[in-house]
Design a protein around this ligand. Structure first.
Ligand SMILES: C[S@@+](CC[C@H](N)C(=O)[O-])C[C@H]1O[C@@H](n2cnc3c(N)ncnc32)[C@H](O)[C@@H]1O
Length: 428
């Protein structure tokens, strides 16, 4: 509540129909930590007090994602923005060409979850949550990716895990999503697939901007001492979900964005529309790089890898880190941003004094349970899409060690973390 009041708005209700200033704030670290505790504790209390059959059915019986997919594909939120007092589902159904009685049930389920508001029987309007499904929004695009590629991969997960031809493979070409697409003659990795499809690629990169706002990733702009560095290399930058806000906040920085050539074409277009003043200052360069084969630009103060390592199995992740390590000067720092998993048991094998998120108080699950569920869901998504994984701290340290890197510090972003490494050469 304090965080909402500090941000200069009322604490919203479930019916609030406008975004709150906090919804688009860069730094929501304190709110994220409070919500982590709240979600974890509430869920654990419900699981404890409800019957097992109740909770199990809740877990498997949730088809909310299918309803969200309908809402996004049919542009429901966009249409309802024209009707702030609500629109009868009869008229809505004519606009979107979906049967009225079916549509009302789909919207009622979502309204029951707090997304859309049924202002009168069968009359729906937007609320703060459903505004997140505006089709032009990056979070809606992220949701679309989950309900499309994620669901396709999930539908064959068991088959993929038990097919002797691929069950032990860590090759991204055998990830469940690619396994599911084999019947359609699609080969390669998900990144190969996107290379040949500009629309998929654009959506993917906009989804990454959405993901950043979901995890509160940009609080690193306030946490890390960016004023003390001059050059930053964003390795696997995408279209600049991290580096464009960085460049806007710290105009003195000289930034290099590295990604695949065709991604960088879209990156330039994105910066041109969203930060033309930064391009005019000529403080950013877009340089193609295959990080599995080449080292990035040498001697930068900071190398930033946001959501990169989790896309790759260990062997490839180690190659990427070795390539970055080759480019690092003794003073360079490598910042790896992503989730750091914890065990769900108190017998942590991680060194918890290093551990970014700490341990939840008893009797909560030590990893905050549902309060941190997204990182374990993301671990599964990495399996579904890339045959890859999120990692715990020890696994990150092992990868770093293999690449000649040692951990200096962990920056806690409330959900994701930034692991700061330096080159081991400095000590020798
Ligand atoms: C999950 S996205 C993260 C993008 C960005 N760092 C962010 O946080 O929004 C992974 C990025 O890795 C890039 N990528 C994949 N394979 C690559 C390769 N072999 N060389 C360089 N970049 C690659 C993708 O194009 C994509 O931009």
């Amino acid at each position: 509540i304090v965080e909402y009041e500090k941000a200069g708005g009322e604490v919203p209700t479930i019916d609030t129909a406008t975004p709150h200033p906090l919804d688009s704030a860069h730094d929501t670290l304190a709110l994220k930590k409070a919500v982590r505790l709240l979600e974890g504790a509430c869920q654990q209390l419900c699981v404890t007090l409800a019957s097992p059959q109740h909770t199990i059915t809740n877990i498997v019986g949730s088809y909310d994602w299918a309803c969200v997919r309908v809402a996004i594909r049919a542009d429901i939120t966009n249409i309802l923005t024209e009707h702030p007092d609500g629109l009868h589902v009869r008229e809505l159904s004519q606009k979107v060409r979906i049967d009225e009685r079916k549509l009302s049930r789909i919207l009622r389920l979502l309204a029951t979850r707090g997304c859309y508001r049924e202002v009168k029987p069968d009359v729906f309007t937007n609320n703060r949550l459903s505004l997140g499904l505006l089709s032009s929004g990056n979070v809606a695009i992220l949701a679309g990716m989950h309900t499309d590629a994620g669901v396709k991969g999930a539908s064959v997960l068991y088959e993929n895990l038990t097919d002797p031809e691929v069950s032990l493979s860590n090759n991204p070409t055998n990830a469940p999503i690619m396994y599911a697409l084999r019947d359609k003659g699609v080969k390669g990795t998900l990144f190969d697939l996107m290379q040949s499809d500009p629309k998929k690629r654009e959506n993917y990169h906009r989804a990454m901007i959405g993901l950043g706002s979901v995890t509160g990733s940009l609080s690193v702009l306030n946490l890390f001492p960016w004023n003390e560095v001059a050059t930053v290399c964003d390795v696997g930058s995408g279209i600049g979900a991290f580096s464009l806000p960085l460049a806007k906040t710290y105009p003195h920085l000289q930034i290099t964005c590295h990604d695949m050539g065709e991604v960088l074409i879209q990156a330039r277009e994105y910066w041109d529309s969203n930060g033309p003043e930064v391009l005019q200052r000529q403080k950013v360069e877009f340089l193609p790089l295959d990080f599995l084969r080449e080292a990035p630009v040498k001697g930068q103060d900071v190398y930033y890898l946001r959501n990169i390592i989790h896309d790759w199995p260990d062997a490839e992740a180690a190659v990427i880190l070795r390539n970055v390590r080759q480019a690092m000067a003794p003073h360079s720092r490598l910042l790896i941003e992503g989730f750091v998993l914890q065990f769900a048991s108190r017998g942590q094998r991680d060194d918890t004094s290093h551990c970014s998120t700490g341990v939840a108080p008893e009797p909560m699950l030590p990893n905050f349970g549902a309060g941190n569920a997204r990182m374990y869901e993301s671990d599964l998504v990495m399996m579904l899409l890339h045959n890859a994984r999120e990692r715990n701290l020890n696994e990150c340290l092992t990868l770093g060690d293999l690449a000649g890197l040692s951990l200096e510090k962990i920056w806690d972003l409330g959900e994701s973390s930034v692991l700061e490494f330096k080159s081991k050469q400095i000590d020798s």
